[in-house]
Design a protein. Structure first.
Length: 307
């Protein structure tokens, strides 16, 4: 969680921004009256207060807005977050679209200090939901929770290392998700159904990724277990994975994976092969965030802006 320390704007490009204390953020535009607002991907610029303070410690005489930043926030290292990360600040919702920028002509700060932190530490965002931001407002990094379930008889008996789970964990974390838990089960339909219900009905995760058990083997029962606990279907997700995989191998048509919704949790089946699991999840991971926004009522607009 962060705290907004400055809200800065400028009416003309090429001039330093100044702290105005409060501003209106307009969807798909930026800050009302700010020179850099518009229907593009760099509507709002953000900079971490800690980075500014470290630069000041080197002797830099800089005020809020001198780097061209719109928001100075304490407590969040923006540079460390992946593109697509969402931030909530009061009623305003921002989405990170770019990290750093190329400096075509050195600014006055660079000419004085021989360095400028904005090109490497500054980040940019689009306004997805509008409203006002004031100095002192709290900013929250919005992160969805993912639970990984591996279905494998040999894995559950300790006869085979689960190599798919680390792959899914890596991709999910890289996309801004928090890994809330991991379960390794045998290919037992009743056990899989019980575990899916437990996670969904107790609100333990927003997204469940299963790996394994989607083929033609008599023991492959993950799609059946998933369908048994479903309240609603989300067929487009599995269709997209199969379509993407078909460009790699025609055997993708043999996948029986499905995707469903139970309560406010999305469940997506993935292959058991680490390589196939990676390929399939990478096809869909960026778009899942919007589906979860709608499912969890964080965003009621179906036409979410795209980076």
């Amino acid at each position: 969680m962060g705290k907004v320390l400055a809200v800065c704007t400028s009416s003309e490009k090429g001039t330093a921004k100044r702290n105005v204390g409060r501003a209106e953020f307009v969807p798909d535009h930026g800050i009302a009256g700010d020179a850099h607002a518009g229907p593009w991907h760099r509507q709002v610029s953000l900079l971490s207060y800690q980075k500014i303070e470290a630069f000041r410690a080197k002797g830099a005489k800089v005020e809020d807005g001198d780097f061209g930043e719109n928001l100075v926030v304490e407590g969040i290292d923006f540079r460390s977050l992946p593109v697509g990360t969402a931030f909530e600040c009061g009623e305003v919702l921002l989405e990170l679209t770019q990290i750093g920028k190329e400096c075509h002509s050195h600014c006055a700060i660079y000419k004085t200090m021989g360095d400028c932190i904005m090109p490497r530490e500054g980040v940019f965002a689009k306004v997805l939901r509008g409203g006002f931001i004031n100095i002192g407002d709290e900013m929250i990094i919005r992160s969805y929770r993912v639970w990984i379930i591996t279905a494998s008889d040999k894995g559950s008996q300790g006869e085979r290392e689960d190599k798919s789970e680390p792959v899914l964990r890596e991709i999910a974390a890289g996309a801004g998700y928090t890994v809330a838990g991991y379960t390794l089960l045998s290919d037992d339909r009743a056990g899989l159904e019980a575990e899916l219900k437990r996670i969904c009905d107790n609100g333990l995760a927003d997204l469940i990724l299963t790996t394994g058990g989607t083929g033609f083997s008599p023991r492959d029962c993950v799609p059946e277990a998933t369908a048994a606990v479903a309240e609603r279907l989300a067929p487009g997700i599995a269709e997209a994975m199969r379509a993407g995989s078909m460009a790699i191998t025609k055997r993708a048509m043999l996948s029986r994976a499905i995707a469903v919704i139970r309560g406010s949790t999305l469940i997506v089946n993935l292959p058991g092969s680490p390589r196939a699991a990676r390929e399939n999840l990478e096809f869909i991971i960026n778009e899942l965030h919007h589906g979860l926004d709608i499912l969890t009522r964080r965003d009621g607009e179906c036409a979410r802006l795209q980076p």
